[in-house]
Design a protein around this ligand. Structure first.
Ligand code: OOG
Ligand code: NI
Length: 318
């Protein structure tokens, strides 16, 4: 079975019981929106599940937001912190005008024997926000108008994600294009809202040879899926202990409010391998738990993973 995440950080929330089962129900709805919109992610999960014949554990789920008047990271974070998650480190991406925070899960109790996906160990949560103040006046005007239309929608970000709805109206194609020129992240967020941006398979918790992320990458490509090639398919943290890769996002025909339809990017799937920390290297494999491994995220890796929804990656020939 998947090792339960042994988080040492105190969880102020509600471990187990009604709180945890509600949290998992919400994650289930978010995941089902994600799987229904992203055929590549669904196929990759099915493929890995059939090849490994073991429960798949999620390392993290990620969301994108507009960092302006309450609509930023906090809007979606609130749900998770209310259900026991703990805010961890901040990551900054000055060139992309983004910032992110990650949240570690509460100690979970409801991991069933065959717990897979959202029924396995609770995932970390990675939430980023666009630094809207740093955008051009035209871009800011569009973003501020749409978050304005949404009213108090930001108070219900998790609900919006779970039901797969935008809290603002559909934009004009020209507005999408204006944002895309300046920040592909902004354009993505305008048409996808609080939808799950990606789920990440925890490769070291697989049992077959696919637990090695390099083997998994090869397997994914052999099966005809395109990996995000930005800076090389495999992203490695400076300490060498956090290895990540991702597919290129799917796209879907989006009908803009002016009636025009254009293909826009939606979500992708990521893979992460967390290696054992030096101080635990002598532990027998059987005794290894998640907390013995490299935790957290890495700016250098993340910066390249953001490109999984970029036009350059989407239009690249495999
Ligand atoms: C997030 C990219 C970063 C990670 O695991 O470092 C990331 C995004 O594309 O919104 O997922
Ligand atoms: Ni990620």
């Amino acid at each position: 079975i998947c090792m339960s995440s042994s988080n040492v950080s105190p969880s102020s929330g509600i471990p187990g019981g009604g709180g945890e089962s509600f949290l998992r129900k919400v994650l289930e709805r978010m995941e089902s929106v994600y799987l229904s919109r992203n055929p590549t992610a669904k196929s990759v999960l099915d493929l890995v599940a059939s090849a490994d014949d073991n429960p798949i554990c999620y390392d993290h789920l990620a969301f994108r937001t507009f960092g302006v008047s309450g609509h930023g990271i906090g809007s979606i974070a609130r749900f998770f912190t209310d259900y026991g998650y703990t805010q961890m480190d901040e990551l900054r991406f000055p060139a992309k005008k983004l910032r992110a925070l990650w949240f570690s899960p509460p100690k979970d109790s409801a991991v069933s024997e065959d717990g897979s996906g959202v029924h396995g160990p609770l995932p970390r949560i990675f939430i980023s926000e666009l630094l809207v103040d740093q955008m051009s006046p035209q871009t800011q005007e569009i973003i501020r108008r749409y978050v304005g239309i949404s009213g108090n929608g930001y108070e219900h970000a998790a609900l919006a994600s779970a039901v797969g709805a935008l809290t603002w109206g559909k934009p004009l194609r020209s507005e999408f294009q204006q944002l895309a020129k300046e920040s592909e992240y902004a354009a993505w967020t305008l048409v996808n809202g609080y939808a799950v941006n990606h789920v990440t398979i925890s490769t070291h918790r697989l049992k077959s040879h696919l637990r090695d992320i390099k083997s998994l990458n090869q397997f994914i490509e052999q099966n005809g899926f395109k990996l995000n090639s930005e800076g090389g398919a495999l992203k490695v943290s400076p300490d060498g202990l956090l290895l990540q890769s991702s597919t290129v996002a799917d796209s879907f025909p989006f009908q803009f409010s002016d009636g025009a339809t254009e293909s826009v990017p939606c979500s992708y799937i990521e893979f992460a391998e967390r290696l054992v920390l030096p101080e635990f290297r002598n532990l027998p494999t059987k005794e290894l738990e998640e907390f013995h491994r490299r935790d957290g995220f890495e700016v250098g890796n993340a910066d390249k993973i953001f490109e999984s929804t970029s036009k350059e990656q989407l239009t690249r020939r495999a």
